[in-house]
Design a protein around this ligand. Structure first.
Ligand code: KG4
Ligand code: ZN
Length: 352
């Protein structure tokens, strides 16, 4: 088979595949910035009836969907396999069975086409979403907030990450989903709490701002989640109806305050002047507004990807693949899915 790598010398077209949780997604991105086409097959409706993601079902749905999603994406992009330059796939972290489907598909495509393969860390993907449609240049600081992650990290000009702080327990999105369940809202609860919060009084309850003012850049959300649960239970036991909008607004105020303060503090500590917001919770209107206000007050540059690129998608994986390609960080066909892949271990494995 001919080496397809020689076909393109200028524009680098990367196919990205993402199957780490409940979205089967693929996209083609040119030079890490121009989105040619993408497809996202969401499983939300299937999992909603169980109140959360059922790993077994997620894997099965990915198996049924992944080939069609990839083919549709190439069709929409108007490209043949021979016009691609590389394949990038989420290697971890995530649900093992779900990840395995994407990794196996990507390996199969790479073997059949001869295209180079790159295993992408899911967080690196979320961060890379900010390059799509933008002229952003590293170095910058990123606040990654999703259902599985709450992290503050720096990204240098070689797309190398340095972790500054992370959650000690629950991720921000996980706290959103748990509070939503407590309030009787269906999965995924984040966007529903966000919408309700806009109607409530954020000062109605004072929920804890964990680890705020301790000088660290770590986060903790389990205390906040318990405080909300205790308040709701107390109200119900007292026979009072819970004003869910006020609880949602007060909960969101606590989450947002900590995120904004820690991100500002990280900018000051590192001397970096650009903040990139990434991950599913980056879709949160309260957080976006609060960070925007803070960026105007403090004079830093804030980059927030469009909402559809904040939640899981294939474009973010393709965009990350561009940077890996540029620095020669390829994977071989031994590439394996790793459910609890640490960012540092992923970087170390590629010699960074
Ligand atoms: O990045 P993502 O799609 O998947 C993971 O990598 O985890 O993030 C999903 C998370 C869920 O917890 C979801 O509730 C949360 O992002 N989320 C939101 C909003 N949209 C999605 N949380 C708060 N406000 C939103 N608007
Ligand atoms: Zn994600």
């Amino acid at each position: 088979m001919t080496d397809i790598r020689s076909v393109s010398t200028t524009a680098l077209r990367v196919l990205g595949i993402e199957t780490s949780c409940d979205e089967t997604a693929a996209a083609v991105v040119v030079d890490g910035r121009k989105l040619l086409a993408q497809t996202i097959a969401s499983q939300i409706e299937t999992h909603a009836q169980f109140g959360g993601v059922v790993p077994e079902i997620a894997s099965r749905r990915h198996v049924q969907t992944v080939t069609r999603v990839v083919q549709q994406t190439l069709f929409k992009a108007g490209l043949t396999w021979g016009e691609l330059d590389a394949i990038a796939v989420t290697q971890g972290p995530g649900l093992l069975g779900a990840l395995l489907v994407g990794v196996s598909a990507a390996k199969g495509f790479a073997l059949a086409t001869g295209l180079p393969l790159m295993g992408v860390h899911h967080i690196a993907g979320h961060v890379a979403a900010s390059f799509v449609g933008s002229s952003l240049q590293p170095p910058f600081l990123s606040l990654v907030v999703s259902g599985g992650h709450t992290e503050l990290l720096t990204v240098n000009e070689h797309f190398v990450f340095h972790l500054l702080g992370s959650t000690k327990d629950d991720a921000a999105g996980e706290a959103y989903d748990k509070v939503a369940r407590l309030l009787g809202l269906s999965y995924p609860g984040g966007p529903k709490v966000d919408a309700l919060a806009a109607e409530g009084d954020p000062t109605a309850y004072h929920f804890p701002r964990s680890l705020l003012g301790d000088g660290s850049l770590d986060f903790s959300y389990s205390g906040l989640k318990s405080a909300v649960a205790n308040e709701v239970i107390r109200q119900r036991r007292a026979g009072r109806s819970v004003n869910v909008a006020d609880v949602a607004a007060s909960f969101q105020a606590a989450v947002v305050e900590v995120l904004v303060e820690k991100a500002t503090s990280a900018l000051q500590q590192t001397g970096v002047n650009t903040l990139v917001l990434a991950g599913g919770v980056a879709a949160n209107r309260g957080l976006r507004q609060a960070l925007h206000r803070r960026s105007l007050q403090q004079g830093f540059h804030l980059v927030v990807p469009p909402v559809e690129l904040c939640t899981d998608n294939g474009a973010m994986i393709a965009a990350a693949g561009y940077w890996l390609y540029q620095s020669g960080r390829f994977s071989d066909l031994e590439l394996n899915a790793t459910s609890s892949l640490a960012l540092q271990d992923w970087q170390a494995a590629s010699g960074v």
